[in-house]
Design a binder for this molecule. Structure first.
Ligand SMILES: [Zn+2]
Ligand SMILES: [Zn+2]
Length: 348
């Protein structure tokens, strides 16, 4: 209810979580207030927590779902009580990119996705309640559970990448890494008509999850090169999705791609890397960079989940209260966590 105090957790510095309480009363005109149900912890949140300075405040806790608890003046088409997920708005039509006809690369949407738009919330959703622009809320279909709704954002990130690659039917795809991003990418690639999806992952537990999802070629990284070689008769993969975000893996990943194939970059290495651009050039690789998403990626992903053609719940390995956020971020950073996707429930 408006007027209640709500807890908010933000980043103060390296490994420094700051907690404060906020009283969100009535929403400002043109804003809505969301009572947060769940917020997923993403690798970006973990990096932001350990680094202390890289994330805009709105991005720390960006994978959220909740219910609209209040709607400001001048906001059409939304109702109090409606379930929503946090996303980005449609192309704005007025920025430099839109005006030039490049609506899929709208500057406003890019800024929203990065939490740096003029209407960005003051903090992310490691909080009981947040106030956002109505552009940022998408209604959730009844067919989705709250947990599924909380997993829509990473599903949209990966959906965006697979759409950008737009591979032919029947291709051989490699997915590097079977964390949440890899497992979602692999499912999208399968839905997009890949002939063969090879998944490489060091963790046995994560490999088991991939197998449970019906993938038949799930291997340890040491075995990947020979499996790619054998299944492609020595050509290499048509598409490699690099989902691990490890700088030193970029060139080895590129070397798994066949001449004329595609390397898609989803993982976000924080260090610079050394690659052989002469190799990429001479073998005519197509490099697809992918960051964040468009509005329709959210719509598409929710349709797929509702149609039971995308399993997001399999990623969910635990739910913690806000009080446990610090410990959970430390655990996820340790590299020894059993978790894939942890959700934070601010009510606990
Ligand atoms: Zn994320
Ligand atoms: Zn625009």
């Amino acid at each position: 209810m408006a007027g209640d105090k709500t807890r908010v957790l933000t980043i103060g510095g390296p490994r420094d979580l700051r907690e404060y309480t906020e009283t969100l009363t009535e929403p400002e005109p043109g804003r809505v207030i969301v009572d947060v149900t769940y917020t997923g912890i993403c690798a970006t949140d973990v990096h932001g927590y350990t680094d202390g300075s890289m994330l805009p405040p709105a991005v720390f806790g960006h994978e959220w779902t909740g219910r609209l608890s209040a709607i400001g003046d001048g906001v059409p088409n939304l109702q109090v009580g409606q379930r929503v997920v946090g996303g980005v708005g449609p192309a704005c039509g007025t920025c430099a990119q839109c005006v030039a006809g490049h609506a899929r690369h709208c500057d406003t949407v890019f800024a929203e996705a990065n939490g740096i738009d003029e209407e960005a919330p003051e903090h992310g959703a490691f909080a009981g309640r947040i106030q956002v622009s109505p552009r940022r809320v998408l209604p959730v279909p009844d067919a989705l559970s709250d947990i599924e709704a909380a997993l829509v954002e990473p599903a949209a990130v990966t959906f965006h990448a697979v759409r950008r690659v737009a591979a032919e039917l029947g291709v051989i795809v490699v997915v590097q890494g079977a964390g949440p991003i890899g497992l979602l990418t692999a499912q999208h690639a399968r839905n997009a008509g890949a002939g063969l999806v090879l998944i490489s992952e060091p963790s046995v537990r994560r490999r088991d999850v991939a197998t449970m999802l019906g993938f038949k070629h799930v291997v340890a990284p040491e075995a990947l090169e020979s499996v790619v070689h054998d299944t492609s008769h020595g050509r290499g993969a048509d598409v490699v999705y690099e989902c691990a975000g490890v700088a030193s893996l970029l060139q080895p990943s590129a070397e798994l791609v066949r001449r004329g194939g595609t390397l898609a970059l989803l993982g976000y290495p924080l260090q610079k890397s050394t690659v052989s651009s002469a190799d990429w050039q001479s073998r005519e690789l197509t490099i697809i960079g992918s960051l964040a998403y468009n509005h329709d990626d959210f719509v598409g992903v929710m349709n797929l989940i509702a149609a039971r053609r995308l399993d997001v719940e399999v990623l969910h390995t635990g739910t913690v209260g806000l009080t446990w956020l610090r410990d959970t971020l430390e655990e996820l950073d340790s590299g020894h966590s059993r978790h894939a996707k942890v959700l934070v429930s601010p009510l606990n």
